[in-house]
Design a protein around this ligand. Structure first.
Ligand SMILES: O=C(O)C1=C[C@@H](OP(=O)(O)O)[C@@H](O)[C@H](O)C1
Ligand SMILES: C=C(OP(=O)(O)O)C(=O)O
Length: 406
């Protein structure tokens, strides 16, 4: 479905309830499968969280998690140590191109039994579930933090707990800290010091209800909308100042793009400041918050300013090669973008072409990052339903803000 977008009026005093964080939800769903007396509130309604729930409830031999990276990585560890059953874990065409070898080799250090069904190093994988034997692993930490979180989530279930040594520069660190914080919230002890994570073995946890904070990556599109408006104010729930989500760095980053954040009780209100000076730090390092890179690049393009974003090495193995996709689509609109293996440089440009159709490459964040540009030009988003991977209500919420879709 191609969706044509338009927006003409000011955005004033709108309140939106954003779905729960998919990252927090997918961690808690694994923990709930291991410790059934945990309750989860404000569960994400994303496809990725629904796929996780379905996979955990399934007794089928083949489990298909489509595009859900966290489900692929977390379930690999879960099925490897839980239940004496054989599972073939598979996913979409793109998932079969997203590497899993580092996690598989770490699990093999624990005596787990996993083999590749098609291409070595990539899904689908055949997992023979069994009780693991070791209590120490070491793995490369610069490709995806999801491998590390996957091991942390099963660590307390092992008879002796687990010591995880991280090799090389650690990427996406806030996601590792999020895993540690959620473990601590349910009463599992762990530490992360000097590249070593230690998690204690824990047989039982007390009954507890954990409330998932709403998704900050999803909030990024409203930061972009407010930045691209002349005047705007949007309130989003349910958010808190002390977030586990690294993408809450939006609060600081969008100060440079004319957006102020006001914390309420359980909400954030985003406001466009009057007469802003747009100036993003040169070489802004996004290795701690890779999922907001597309949003920031497109906001800068819409404002006509340049940017130089670094720390983007993980973008090439996400839902699509996000660096290539950003370059292609911004250049269709008249921008000028240079990319390397881990950075993106956008030149300032005054003109945005009209009536361009944005390709989305099966990537929810391509659709959502480009949508706010409707405040500055008329454009269409190809395959608009792709947003359901993380944010199924995205288009309905945009309509509430006065966006027209055709
Ligand atoms: O652990 C998580 O929930 C996630 C970690 C990040 O991946 P990488 O660690 O692969 O960068 C992020 O991009 C992804 O959307 C969610
Ligand atoms: C990269 C993402 O998700 P995943 O890796 O879990 O597929 C994302 O949501 O931007």
């Amino acid at each position: 479905m191609n969706l044509k977008l338009q927006h003409i009026s000011n955005i004033e005093n709108n309140t939106l309830q954003i779905t729960g964080s998919k990252s927090e939800t997918n961690r808690l769903l694994i923990l709930q499968a291991l410790y059934p007396n945990i309750k989860i509130e404000n569960v994400s309604n994303s496809d990725d969280s629904q796929l996780m729930q379905k996979a955990l409830a399934s007794n089928d031999e083949i489990v298909d998690i489509h595009h859900a990276g966290t489900a692929m990585r977390f379930l690999t560890a879960y099925f490897a140590v839980k239940d004496a059953r054989e599972t073939i874990l598979t996913g979409s065409k793109r998932m079969k191109e997203r590497p899993i070898k580092i996690l598989v080799e770490a699990l093999e250090q624990l005596g787990c039994s996993i083999s590749y069904e098609e291409k070595s190093g990539y899904p689908p994988i055949r997992i023979q579930g069994k009780r693991p034997i070791g209590n120490r692993v070491s793995l490369q930490a610069n490709i995806s933090s999801q491998y590390i979180s996957a091991l942390m989530l099963i660590a307390s279930f092992l008879p002796e707990g687990l010591e995880i040594s991280l090799v090389g520069k650690v990427t996406s660190v806030p996601y590792i800290n999020m895993t540690l914080s959620l473990l601590s919230d349910i009463g599992i002890k762990g530490t992360y010091d000097n590249n070593v994570i230690t998690i204690e073995s824990t047989k039982e946890v007390a009954s507890k209800s954990v409330v998932v904070e709403s998704d900050w990556s999803s909030a990024s599109y409203f930061y972009s909308i407010v930045a691209l408006s002349d005047q705007a104010s949007v309130t989003l729930g349910s958010y808190k100042k002390e977030s586990y989500q690294g993408d809450s760095s939006l609060v600081e980053i969008y100060k440079y793009l004319g957006v102020e954040t006001i914390y309420g009780e359980n909400t954030i209100t985003l406001k466009k400041v009057s007469n802003p000076e747009y100036q993003l730090p040169q070489g802004l390092d996004l290795s701690n918050s890779p999922d907001i890179a597309q949003t920031i690049a497109v906001t800068c393009f819409g404002l006509g300013i340049g940017c130089y974003l670094t720390g983007l090495h993980t973008l090439k193995i996400k839902e699509t090669d996000r660096l290539e996709a950003l370059k292609t689509e911004i250049e269709k609109l008249g921008g000028n973008v240079d990319i390397t293996e881990d950075s993106l440089r956008l030149e300032p440009s005054a003109v945005i072409k009209k009536e361009v159709v944005i390709s989305t490459y099966n990537d929810h964040r391509m659709a959502m990052a480009f949508a706010p540009l409707a405040l500055r030009t008329s454009l269409s988003i190809e395959d608009a339903n792709v947003v359901s991977k993380s944010y199924p209500d995205f288009w309905a919420d945009l309509k509430k803000l006065g966006f027209k879709t055709f």
